[in-house]
Design a protein around this ligand. Sequence first.
Ligand SMILES: Cc1cc2nc3c(=O)[nH]c(=O)nc-3n(C[C@H](O)[C@H](O)[C@H](O)COP(=O)(O)O)c2cc1C
Length: 216
Amino acid sequence: MNSISPQSLLASLNWRYATKEFDPTRKISGETWEALADSLVLTPSSFGLQPWQFFLVESESLRAELLPNSWNQKQVVDCSHFLVLASKISMEEEDIDRFLSRTIEVRGGDIESLTGYRDIMVGFTANMDDAARLNWAKLQTYIALGQLMTSAALLGVDACPMEGIDADEYDRILGLREKGYTTSVACALGYRAESDKYASAPKVRFEKDEVLSTLS
Ligand SMILES: Cc1cc2nc3c(=O)[nH]c(=O)nc-3n(C[C@H](O)[C@H](O)[C@H](O)COP(=O)(O)O)c2cc1C
């Protein structure tokens, strides 16, 4: 396993910023996009259940429709790749069984050996009402968002995470509810425009000892 140095990691994390202006002429290459897509697939989730789907909005007309439902943030139309991270609305026993079948497919073994794990997952999801289950699924999509942003930074790709969107309108425009999903958060990806003054703005963060405490 290749590891990068602490300095390289911090250089990338300091280089990244929430990009306000993308250069609409610069596109992410196929190879780089596939790596970002794989980083989404590789995102860890609670129990490994992956209660999400990621929608890459390529269509210019769909992006134009999303724009007024995104506080008119131009990143939606100017970025190279615009992604909507959506949460699974329900998590039924059949979804858990699908995940267990996939586990056997990938790792081998027999499904009976996973009965105990199945019971735990069924119990966990059954203990929540619909709102709590959806909130749980939404939390998982934010792990994907974090992984995506860090991966992008390491690849030299700019990103803007976006909560300034009307999730209900996104669902309607993209037809997500019919597919069993609802919009959680979006992320614009591409390359910064030279005119974006935020690129050089110092990071505003609390001091490390204010946010990280050691309890010994
Ligand atoms: C979940 C999330 C949602 C955000 N939504 C928006 C957004 O809609 N528009 C925007 O310009 N920035 C958005 N941001 C960017 C934050 O304002 C930004 O990350 C924060 O101010 C720290 O600055 P930096 O990312 O440039 O270091 C969002 C960030 C996160 C993590």
